[in-house]
Ligand binder design. Structure first.
Ligand code: ADP
Ligand code: MG
Length: 399
């Protein structure tokens, strides 16, 4: 059994030689630690021509962006690797390939996706990947259906719920999504100009009531093995290709949370585009984002429904009409969770570049206010927005 130690660059190279499944392991000679995330070490392992060939990712026993004062379980590395292995078995085209993992060392060796781009960066530049949304919908439908009660045997699923119990990472989501933004908390971060807006949100009882319901469902609805953090920075794209990475928040939760996180990130981009590209230049891209929202939901729902109709194993859940009814609940959850993503990414601890990288302070504040308003609209009206076209109509109305 190996004992945990934080990898040096040399350790990472040696580990990749051993476990990278390369035909020529000795060709691996150097590494760069390139982690730009909030939590972990990520090494790119390179050959003599400095070409990156494989990735070694290791969890640190604390939150990287905060420091050792915020300890965090290493078990998240096991959860991440095991979630990716399951999602990879269910949807290999759209899940990063895990070549090896070791829970004691909290380390994982992954295929290198350096010939892809992080989707968020592409969305921010207005680069369009016509197949990406459909592929993301396929990933969500395959992984969520096959880990749900429609497909898994009840006892086997309960064992999986237990294997994927992820209390510390879930608590981060519980706090950062549903609690901090609606209270005066030191983890929140926003410019002073937003304070009047934030103060109004904190006094908004209809909003807080709806957020309580969303948090409660997040805490208690073990519907399927979620990715848990499927934002556009956890997705690599290339022409005709899409792969999800970074599943350390994986756990059994409400399906609408994954769908809503994905929708929320398209809408964060929609809100940021006028500041990123210029108000007039952004018009077409923004329209495309709304069409993306529509396509994401309709493709996901269509795929999930046909999987239910063809492969449901539970005879009761297979009752005609039940899958449609269930998807309506998922839709309403997704709208609400999408709204919480908009708000927490604007005023909470972890922001997104779609808004924060807008250089002009006035423009930035305007885009941030629009994200807060849209977030509120989605959360408060989720139960009334019955169809994706009604959602688009509300967003257009919102401006
Ligand atoms: P964290 O969990 O710390 O957020 P991520 O898994 O998001 O770490 O990885 C951080 C960054 O490392 C990504 O944004 C990406 O730039 C790079 N990266 C991660 N996995 C890969 C991969 N398989 N191939 C290429 N680059 C990767
Ligand atoms: Mg990340």
């Amino acid at each position: 059994m190996s004992q945990y130690r934080t990898f040096t660059v040399a350790d990472a190279v040696e580990y990749a030689r051993q476990y990278g499944q390369m035909p020529d392991p000795q060709a691996l000679v150097s590494a760069d630690e390139i982690g730009d995330g909030n939590l972990n070490l990520v090494f790119k392992i390179r050959d003599r021509a400095r070409i990156s060939r494989v990735i070694v990712k290791q969890a640190l026993p604390y939150v990287r962006c905060v420091g050792e004062s915020w300890p965090l379980t290493l078990d998240r590395a096991r959860i991440e690797a095991e979630t990716l292995l399951i999602h990879g078995a269910l949807c290999s085209h759209h899940t990063v390939r895990v070549l090896h993992h070791d829970p004691e060392l909290a380390v994982m060796v992954q295929e290198d996706l350096s010939d892809h781009h992080i989707w968020r960066s592409e969305l921010m530049k207005g680069h369009y990947y016509p197949q990406a949304v459909g592929q993301l919908a396929e990933y969500l439908a395959q992984t969520l259906f096959h880990t749900s009660d429609f497909y898994q045997a009840a006892q086997a699923k309960k064992a999986e719920v237990s294997r994927f119990t992820n209390p510390e990472l879930c608590q981060i989501t519980e706090d950062l999504f549903f609690t901090d933004p609606y209270h005066d908390h030191e983890r929140n971060q926003f410019d002073d100009v937003l304070l009047p807006h934030v103060t109004v949100l904190r006094k908004d009882t209809a909003l807080k009531l709806a957020v309580a319901g969303l948090k409660h469902r997040f805490l208690s609805k073990a519907e399927a093995l979620l990715h848990g953090d499927i934002h556009s920075g956890s997705i690599f794209v290339a022409e005709g290709r899409l792969k999800a990475i970074d599943a350390e928040f994986g756990f059994y939760g409400p399906i609408g949370f994954d769908v809503g996180t994905a929708l929320g990130n398209l809408l964060l981009n929609y809100c940021g585009l006028p500041g990123l590209l210029g108000p007039r230049e952004a018009t077409d891209c923004r329209e495309q984002r709304l069409l993306d929202v529509r396509e994401l939901w309709l493709t996901f729902a269509g795929r999930f429904l046909s999987l239910c109709q063809q492969h449901s194993r539970d005879v009761t859940l297979a009752t005609p009409g039940y899958a449609e009814q269930f998807l309506q609940q998922v839709w309403q959850d997704a709208v609400g969770y999408g709204g919480t993503e908009l708000i927490r990414r604007t005023i909470g601890l972890a922001h997104v570049a779609d808004l924060d990288s807008i250089a002009d302070p006035e423009m930035r504040a305007e885009c941030q206010r629009s994200a807060l308003n849209l977030g509120r609209t989605l959360i408060v009206n989720a139960a009334q927005v019955e169809h994706v076209d009604a959602l688009l109509a509300r967003i257009r109305q919102h401006g």
